[in-house]
Design a protein around this ligand. Structure first.
Ligand code: NAD
Length: 496
């Protein structure tokens, strides 16, 4: 059913969201009664009061997760039973898609059309890992006569998942679906800015048949709840998505506690390379715009560094700037809006600081200013800085806003050197007609995902993650499942 702008406004006005934690199958306030407000970036008004959990709450949630794991209702359930429940969760997500999308829209200013897409992708992930349940086999290894050697995968136990605000529901599900599919119990910590969709999802999981204690959602402050999870002696692995800075802290927490594996999906500064033999310049312009302005640039794999070959650079920039002028920011509750506000005052201030730097150090092609839109104060105009050098901060640092830099190159070697001149290595995209160049660059570019003649391709079937300081490990696909499992080798001598 299509909902109009007015329909969404009416739903928003009627919303009454529950910000209490979800532990052991029920809602509860923080043990010490603390709360924090999540703020709508359009109105600067609170969306809901959220439980600001303490270390004690983390202990209670981990104990519930451990109890459920040991009990075995989920961890030792038949594959067919787990499949049924995971598919039922996907159905629940689809049945509540308006509500879940609205929560993400209100808490982080995500455009409602994008939020609906995120909800569907979350359902698809539960479908995918659900279907996998009864289709995976372990291995029998070659062994001497009279001996059987098998290699099996077992759930690890209790997984801690810590996620950011930019794709609230989707990022949570990228951790939850494989961790649950592997048979684990989970304690999830959403970001301070965006707890509501994850909390609601936990209720929907219970309605779908997930046993109590298997999924717990503990909202609160990163340095309190996140740190307690990182250092917890009874959490068996951490799946983290967020900044590189905090990702590194989780490695320290693990070293200070039980040496748990830490899987990190962190920041990026992805390059977008357009060669003179680009097969379709119009399509490439559209891809560049989608690659940096989706979600107002608040995307880990945002293609924030555009590298243009000299021969097409001026014409490409002219076409890009013309197309960007038609990208009008608007109210995220309007289904026609493609560019919303930034998530918070802090993120807005950070991006504005980079605008000032850019105006001093580079050539401004468009944007470069803050905007007020439909009463919202946190909008930044889609911005392009040209002639940005590889030593400049604009080229090197993750801005996490609608800001694109352009650097020009003359030949392929120079393009590859520029693309790889980064601490990050999450994604890269290349436009070329030459098959040989496509093969050379998919090998040469240091990125977890390289897309040729497209941008930032992602699917449940293919691993996603980063090289260098973009992270450790891969989400999605079988890699996403196996990182939450222990590989066990079993030797059985049966001729004694
Ligand atoms: P963040 O690192 O500030 O926060 C991420 C999570 O860590 C939040 O839940 C937060 O509460 C928690 N946290 C904060 N401080 C902590 C601490 N001291 N100890 C333990 N936990 C703590 O990131 P953010 O600002 O929420 O999100 C933006 C970042 O996320 C960007 O760098 C972006 O690139 C990255 N990101 C990466 C991917 C990916 O797949 N690689 C996807 C989305 C976002």
């Amino acid at each position: 059913m299509y909902l109009s702008h007015q329909d969404w406004q009416a739903k928003a006005a009627a919303l009454q969201a529950d910000g209490n934690a979800w532990i052991d199958g029920r809602r509860c306030p923080a043990a010490n009664g603390d709360t924090l407000d999540s703020i709508n970036p359009m109105t600067a008004q609170p969306v809901a009061s959220i439980a600001a959990a303490s270390e004690q709450d983390v202990d209670i949630a981990v104990a519930a997760a451990r109890r459920s794991f040991n009990q075995g209702d989920w961890s030792r359930a038949d594959a067919s039973e787990r499949r049924r429940i995971l598919l039922a969760i996907a159905s629940q997500i689809r049945a509540h898609r308006h509500e879940l999308a609205l929560l993400d829209c209100l808490e982080v200013g995500k455009c409602i059309s994008d939020a609906l897409d995120d909800v569907e992708e979350a359902a698809v992930l539960f479908d995918w890992y659900g279907e996998l349940q009864d289709k995976l086999f372990d291995q029998v290894a070659p062994a001497p006569n009279g001996v059987q050697a098998t290699v099996v995968h077992e759930p690890l136990g209790v997984i801690g998942a810590v996620v950011p605000w930019n794709y609230p529901l989707h990022n949570a599900v990228v951790k939850l679906a494989p961790a649950l599919a592997a048979g684990n119990s989970v304690v999830l910590k959403p970001a301070e800015e965006s707890s509501l969709s994850a909390l609601r999802l936990a209720e929907l999981c219970r309605e779908a048949g997930l046993p109590d204690g298997v999924l717990n959602v503990v909202p609160g402050l990163g340095p309190v709840v996140g740190a307690a999870m990182g250092r917890h002696m009874d959490i068996d692995a951490i799946g983290f998505t967020g900044s590189t800075e905090i990702g590194k802290r989780f490695m320290v927490y693990a070293g200070e506690s039980n040496m748990k594996p830490v899987w990190l999906e962190c920041g990026g500064k992805s390059p977008h390379l357009i060669f003179e033999d680009c097969p379709n310049l119009d399509a490439a312009v559209d891809a560049v715009i989608a690659g940096i302005f989706t979600n107002a640039g608040q995307v880990c794999s945002a293609h924030s560094r555009l590298l243009l070959q000299d021969g097409i650079a001026d014409a490409f920039v002219a076409s890009l700037v013309d197309r960007i002028s038609r990208l009008q920011p608007g109210d995220p509750l309007d289904p026609a809006t493609r560019l919303g506000p930034l998530v918070s005052q802090a993120q807005f201030d950070k991006v504005c600081h980079y605008l000032d730097t850019g105006k001093r150090e580079a050539t401004l092609q468009c944007g470069g200013e803050a905007l007020q839109v439909a009463g919202g104060q946190l909008f930044v105009a889609p911005t392009v800085f040209d002639r940005v050098g590889p030593d400049q901060r604009l080229f090197r640092e993750e801005i996490f806003g609608p800001v694109l830099t352009i650097t020009r190159f003359s030949n392929e070697d120079e393009a590859v050197a520029l693309a790889n001149d980064s601490d990050y290595g999450l994604a890269a995209s290349v436009w070329t007609t030459l098959l040989s160049r496509a093969h050379r660059l998919t090998q040469a570019l240091q990125a977890g995902t390289v897309t040729v003649n497209g941008v930032d391709a992602v699917s449940p079937q293919t691993p996603f993650g980063g090289m260098k300081q973009s992270g450790i490990g891969r989400d999605y696909a079988l890699s996403g499942l196996h990182k939450y499992m222990a590989q066990k080798t079993c030797w059985i001598h049966y001729q004694l």
